[in-house]
Design a protein around this ligand. Structure first.
Ligand SMILES: *Cc1c(COP(=O)(O)O)cnc(C)c1O
Length: 424
């Protein structure tokens, strides 16, 4: 463990030695007093790729030039625009291209997936999730239970960490699944918890859910573009995510979904629209629905191309960087460096800084959540004044995410010195 806060000179050496450091130049870093901020809130809104404006302009120009014919004649024909993401999303999700599609927004997709994967029947009526899930997810789960005229108090199992702990143990999640047994319809968990940064063991949770005959899905809002997944091989039934956090696709940008191929042609219920219809005969405008036979059959509407243009530019950067394997390797080093910096700051200042994110790197993504015991809002104000952008939650929780595509070791070392000065 480092006993002193790393120097900026040391951090610069680490940056210089890592070829992925140059990817920062592909993004606009927000400015503070004429300098780059230390931007650690890519877990809320990822930074804008410099290629975003050009990507948008391509579609605006093609619209100006072709009007409706852009559906076929645009450089990226709009008719098939969503297909541009099949390979790249499949690679990030560890899925087959036929199992992933970009569409709608996240909470909308969560509802659409619950229509298919929460089908209470007989005694099998319960949903299991984490306590203190992201509020939108909880609202979605409770309203789905209400929609089926069931009582959420009896049918939503919310798992809390053990007394004195901040994160859930996988064996406790498995036990809760086995305890619920054949009363359990669906497991729905945030793959990476937005508050603690805990990365759940998706494979083990899925396997336990399958053993009791429940459907199992994950909200990967804080996971996609942050950690690698193998959703297909792990046998996950469904997943959804947003693209404006770690996928840098802009405020409110398009969401994505994963549906395992075993469900594509099953009798599963689904809300349907024309974009889920078999594309070879979609424009015959037949009154009866014929499924695409892939995850695309969950699509309702034609693709929001202007919104997706930025997504396209952003996903190209992931591919250029060598995908999640390369990014995860850098991410582990950056977050480890942040962890040591926070520990060194605590030991040199005597401040009580408690990291509530799991210590084991395989149980977290890039985010660390730090409780600054005994500190108040002035700490956050001092950090902001010095150009550090972090997320602050009362009473004194700092959530920060060093993102491997654009954060540097230097950002972290600078932060350490600013934090130390702000505490004392
Ligand atoms: C960010 C986030 C959301 C936000 O939902 P939107 O529908 O995109 O507004 C929902 N759930 C989780 C877990 C999130 O992290």
């Amino acid at each position: 463990m480092l006993s002193t806060i790393p120097t900026v000179a040391d951090a610069r050496k680490l940056d210089a030695a890592d070829p992925l450091s140059s990817f920062r130049e592909k993004f606009f870093v927000p400015q503070h007093k004429g300098k780059d901020t230390m931007y650690f809130t890519g877990n809320s809104l990822g930074l804008q790729p410099r290629s975003a404006a050009e990507a948008l302009k391509t579609e605006l120009d093609d619209w100006a030039q072709h009007g409706v014919d852009g559906h076929f004649n645009a450089r990226n024909p709009w008719m098939h625009y969503h297909e541009l993401f099949s390979e790249s999303l499949a690679s990030l999700a560890g899925a087959l291209p036929s199992e992933v599609v970009a569409m709608n927004a996240l909470t909308v997709n969560l509802h659409l997936l619950l229509v298919s994967f929460y089908k209470p029947e007989g005694i099998r009526t319960k949903i299991l999730c984490e306590a203190k899930a992201f509020p939108s997810d909880r609202y979605a789960l409770i309203s789905q239970i209400n929609f089926h005229k069931l009582n959420p108090d009896e049918n939503l199992i919310e798992l809390s960490p053990r007394e004195g702990e901040h994160c859930l143990r996988v064996e406790d999640i498995e036990q809760a699944i086995f305890d619920a047994g054949d009363t359990l319809a669906t497991v729905m968990i945030g793959g990476v918890n937005y508050y603690t940064g805990q990365l759940h063991n998706i494979q083990k949770i899925t396997s336990a859910a399958k053993q009791v005959g429940a459907m199992c899905g994950f909200d990967l809002a804080h996971g996609m573009g942050n950690v690698p997944f193998e959703l297909h091989d792990w046998g996950v039934d469904f997943a959804c995510w947003c693209s404006y956090k770690y996928m840098n696709s802009g405020p409110g940008a398009v969401s994505g979904v994963f549906v395992h191929e075993r469900h594509h042609n099953s009798e599963i219920p689904r809300f349907e629209g024309w974009w889920g219809h078999d594309k070879s005969s979609r424009f015959k405008m037949n009154p009866n629905y014929v499924s695409m036979g892939t995850v695309e059959s969950w699509q309702l509407s034609n693709a929001p191309v202007l919104n997706m243009a930025v997504h396209k530019a952003s996903l190209e950067i992931f591919q250029e960087a060598g995908g999640m394997t390369a990014l995860r390797e850098r991410s582990l080093r950056l977050t480890g460096y942040l962890e040591k910096t926070v520990q060194a700051t605590a030991s040199t200042t005597g401040a009580k800084l408690e990291i509530i994110t799991p210590k084991n790197p395989s149980e977290r993504g890039c985010q660390l959540s730090i409780v600054a015991h005994g500190q108040g809002r002035e700490l956050y104000d001092k950090l902001s004044d010095a150009g550090v952008v972090v997320d602050w939650r009362e009473p004194a929780v700092i959530r920060m995410a060093p993102v491997p595509l654009y954060n540097s070791f230097e950002d972290i070392a600078q932060f350490g010195h600013i934090l130390s000065a702000s505490l004392s």
